[in-house]
Ligand binder design. Structure first.
Ligand SMILES: CC(C)(COP(=O)(O)OP(=O)(O)OC[C@H]1O[C@@H](n2cnc3c(N)ncnc32)[C@H](O)[C@@H]1OP(=O)(O)O)[C@@H](O)C(=O)NCCC(=O)NCCS
Length: 279
């Protein structure tokens, strides 16, 4: 059957959702709209109109762009679809002078390695069917905190991603929290609802004690299933969530295209990425 490459847009939203659902991923329509709103996407459409594959490129400033939502329907895998779309995204990023960065699943990592990506650092996704409500310590994020939150995130992540952070905060304002130390923002956490679970992240903090306070507060505001991704360089926080009943769902690898393998930003400040699709 012939397959055609297309630029993804609003009319492909149902197909995009079907793709992420087929991989049991957590993104909902709001996530796809956010990403397609500030990024570019490509798909492969079968003759019968089925969207069989997707790949997005999300520009974060002028230096790098995130490759996201690399998905192929199970019945269309190992036909080279992911590689085809990845090459388009890589070409687009190279033309705009941006390094390509992504967070890879174990399956995706094999595709990316062959296309010139190198490992930078790892994290794991943890899940729990229902998180108990607990004490709340950190402060609700309000408009006065945003300049410091954005500056801290830009340092940790390596670029400003204000529209993404504001979108997440507006979707779950009750989960948006900051930790204050000596009158300054020492860390923040955001969350968002998903198709399967509430996802907590990003969580950026100046030290491990701040990170744990923020996570405890965020978990205190949830009742249903929760996903959260914790960096491998934050091993005590990983151990803490396991002790609270979370289970490891899967590992991810942050990868960078090209020889350096050096991810943007200051990894030690990142306790929880925003999620593999957003960085
Ligand atoms: C990972 C995924 C996108 C790969 O899509 P695909 O179209 O099957 O990949 P390609 O056909 O382009 O694969 C190219 C090469 O990568 C390697 N590869 C692809 N999938 C692999 C897998 N599951 N395990 C090991 N190697 C794999 C193989 O070397 C393959 O070449 P070959 O088929 O000639 O052996 C697809 O399996 C998928 O959607 N998985 C679920 C979602 C996911 O994990 N996405 C990646 C997010 S980071």
């Amino acid at each position: 059957m012939a397959s055609t490459e297309v630029v993804l847009g609003e009319r492909h939203l149902a197909g995009c959702l079907a793709l992420s659902k087929s991989a049991h991923w957590n993104q909902n329509e709001a996530d796809w709209r956010l990403m397609l709103g500030f990024g570019r996407g490509w798909g492969i459409v079968e003759e019968d109109g089925t969207l069989a594959a997707s790949t997005l490129a999300l520009p974060y400033g002028g230096a790098f762009a995130w490759i996201a939502m690399v998905l192929v329907l199970p019945e269309h895998r190992r036909k080279g679809f992911a590689t085809r779309l990845l090459k388009i995204a890589l070409g687009e990023n190279a033309r705009s002078g941006r390094v390509s960065v992504l967070d890879a699943t174990p399956d995706g990592r094999e595709v990316y390695r062959q296309e010139g990506f190198r490992d930078a650092w790892g994290f794991k996704r943890y899940s729990i069917p229902g998180a108990p409500r607990a004490n709340v310590g950190a402060t609700a994020l309000d408009s006065s905190h945003w300049p410091e939150v954005l500056a801290l995130d830009a340092m940790a992540f390596g670029a400003s991603r204000e529209p993404v952070l504001r979108d997440l905060a507006s979707r779950q304002p009750g989960l948006a929290r900051v930790a204050i130390r000596r009158g300054q923002v020492a860390g923040f956490v955001l969350g968002r609802e998903g198709r399967e679970a509430l996802q907590i992240g990003p969580l950026v903090a100046k030290d491990a004690e701040v990170a744990r306070e923020l996570l405890e507060t965020a978990l205190g505001g949830t009742t249903g299933p929760v996903y959260l991704d914790i960096a491998d360089h934050a091993a005590p926080l990983q151990a803490w969530v396991l002790a609270r009943g979370f289970a490891i769902q899967r590992p991810f690898t942050r990868m960078v295209h090209g020889a350096s393998g050096r991810a943007p930003g200051e990894a030690p400040l990142v306790y929880c990425p925003a999620g593999p699709e957003l960085g």
